[in-house]
Design a protein around this ligand. Sequence first.
Ligand code: SAM
Length: 268
Amino acid sequence: MTETPKKNHHRARKRFGQNFLLDPIVIDNIVSVIAAKPTDHLIEIGPGLGALTEPLLERCPNLTVVEIDRDLADILSARYAQKPGFKLHRGNALQTDFAALSNQKPMRIVGNLPYNISTPLLFHLLTFSPLIIDMYFMLQKEVVDRLAASPGNKIYGRLSVMMQYHCQIQPLFTVPPTAFKPSPKVTSAVVRLAPHTTLPSRAVDPVIFERLVKLCFQQRRKSLRNSLKILVSETTSLSDFDVDLKARPETLSVADFVTLSNQLSALS
Ligand code: SAM
């Protein structure tokens, strides 16, 4: 007979970015802003010991969780497997097919994310944005600041441009290290990301757009002219672009990057 793991008897694993939420006020605030409805299909990434899972299930029975840690998955399974709408996906969120998980239906995604994989995870989630209604995540505050940064700001970069291209970004509130156990070394923040139903500016070729943004911020100290030289043939005149090529990439808005990318697409 397998032994049922004791509630909350789990040693936090650093490699899985485990900082468990303990503060009931913070938990309540997060659950309130998510405002889940019984008809929603919620997906929680990294449910851990269920700090958010439990109150979310009370509001919305249709909840799928994605957990990489087998011990935690066993604890969650023992606790919630009997609930009719609860599904547990054991695995790595970075490799999860969220479209399959939601049966190709619209979903809302939430989670107190493992900070060590938050950036690649956000990029992975963007590939499912047509099916995502919104996302509520706890992240390092520094990452939330970068997500919401405006052009001209030192922290404005590839993450800001790519996420703002796809989503409306709404920083909600900060959370101190004392709200978690073990306490992280950094301040956290909760953010809402809502994929645009219609993109405010649309890149004709998303692959060119992604390459352009990546390249420009890899060489952020160089002017756009230098970055563009890598993307166009030697014979192409750079004088016809509608964006000031002497500018540094961090001064360009998302719409400017789209304009530039569409002009590049027209050349190829
Ligand atoms: N939601 C819980 C809470 O708020 O107390 C736990 C949050 S903890 C910061 C991050 C959670 O994500 C842990 O449960 C961890 O095991 C899980 N996790 C880490 N890496 C993961 C991955 N690649 N895929 C899925 N879950 C992951």
